[in-house]
Design a protein around this ligand. Structure first.
Ligand code: IMP
Ligand code: MG
Length: 182
């Protein structure tokens, strides 16, 4: 796909497709080693996780199940608002090793609400893997066990991440350039 077709929002390249792919392969190796014999459930947080999840699960070489949960926030395009959770997981998490799969952990509020809800289902363990980690934006002390890349506070798009529901299909991560009136 030619990225110029999607140029309505100005952005610059932050992480190339190659860098993302090789880092995901590395994460897959680490997770496969750490979860050997544990038959983990990878629980994707929609929608931002969907491309990362598809790549990560194929980089994992041990048996693993896939579930999803939806997290919506009704805020502005770049600032999250009130959070609602819906959808899965369909499988029981009781005594299971759960690995939450996120596209980005920003303030940590979404991940922290989900972890709180999941703990009521008595899993054996819950950890988080995120493609992007914005540690400097954290408002909660949530532990992120595996992060693809540490990024700054800029708003990013692509590889499943949106700006007002667009740009998820960019095959790389771009950093949105703020316009004068923003
Ligand atoms: P939280 O602040 O960690 O709760 O993240 C809330 C949600 O905001 C994430 O799951 C994303 O959907 C979204 N988000 C945060 N930062 C970005 C970004 O840079 N690009 C796209 N979405 C983002
Ligand atoms: Mg979003």
């Amino acid at each position: 796909m030619d990225a110029t077709e999607l140029k309505a929002k100005p952005f610059e390249l932050l992480l190339s497709q190659d860098r993302i792919e090789s880092r995901i392969r590395e994460l897959g190796r680490i997770i496969s080693r750490d979860y050997m014999g544990k038959n983990p459930i990878l629980l994707g947080v929609l929608k931002g996780c969907f491309i990362f999840m598809a790549d990560l699960i194929r980089a994992i070489t041990i048996p693993a199940e896939v579930e999803f949960i939806s997290a919506h926030s009704y805020g502005s395009a770049t600032e999250p608002g009130k959070l609602t959770l819906s959808g899965g997981p369909d499988a029981s998490l009781k005594k299971r090793h759960v690995l939450m799969v996120e596209g980005v952990v920003d303030t940590g509020n979404t991940a922290s609400s989900i972890v709180k809800a999941l703990k009521r289902m008595e899993p054996a363990s819950i950890e988080i893997v995120t493609l992007l980690n914005k540690r400097s934006r954290r408002e909660t002390d949530i532990q992120v066990k595996y992060a693809g890349f540490e990024v700054g506070s800029d708003f990013v798009i692509g590889y499943g991440l949106d700006h007002a529901q667009l740009y998820r299909n960019l095959p790389f991560i771009g950093k949105v350039i703020k316009e004068k009136n923003e």
